[in-house]
Design a protein around this ligand. Sequence first.
Ligand SMILES: [Zn+2]
Length: 310
Amino acid sequence: MPTLKKLTAPEIRAIAETIKRTYSPSAFFTKELGDLRGGLWRGGVDCPFCDGKRDKFHINSDDGGWNCSKCKAAGSDIISFTRQRYGLKFFEAVEKITGGKVIQPDPEIAQKRGAELLEARRKHIEGQAAAAVKAREIWDRATPITERSQHHYLMKKRVQAHGARLLGCVLIIPLVDADGRISTVQRIYPDGQKRLLSGGKKSGCYFILGKPTDTILIAEGFATAASLFEHTEKYAVMTGDAGNLLPVSKIIRAKHPGANIIICGDNDASGVGQAAAREAALACGGKFIFPPIEGQDFNDFINAGGLVYG
Ligand SMILES: [Zn+2]
């Protein structure tokens, strides 16, 4: 294969930009993984990074973003996918995608793709607004929980509801944006399955437990944040997943400039939870911790008798 290695970093970046502006994510992922079957955010294929089935692996056919809700592998474009799938450096991934060719932006293709991206962005924002309306409706219909025995998940995880509500047999957790508006809801089913509203805004949105304290704990999952809050009585913030630790921690830092922020990550076998916690801590000038045993989150750790001191 020819090499792009001799090119300078800006030259490689220009080619990477051309890839983003001209390559169709759908065509790319179809070539990599087979027939996608589904549309936007429906991968239709099994996760190539773990044994996750196709309901776990999601692809955004508009911008090439992808993630697996099982192993938490994630990226924002086809270059990050290529890097992670094949263990490549940035320029190597660019080289693999172009077949080693130095590609120039074709103005016609770039313009068409630019229009597609704009249209996708418009649909995306419309979808978020519609999901926020639906989230509000669900939240208004749901009823307060007075006893944790009302939901199997609370019993199993040994946590209280902390303001989460119940709709039928589903636990409803509202995620709010920086202005406190509900943007989406996480629904937790009795078997522990978690679902967000499709199209809802999640990035930078969160659920809060308690009132602000000098130390603020930020964690991925509801049960983890609830255990941490019950155990330490510190203000706890739930982000929903590892990828959202970073945007949420920046918002929490902006709201609480003097707080001691601790990112309480999951100890994932894949290393994703730890890396995300470290990255978020760096971004917000906070600290990060995770439980000592692989596979644990702080809900497991605290339920096993572990102690956390805020
Ligand atoms: Zn996976």
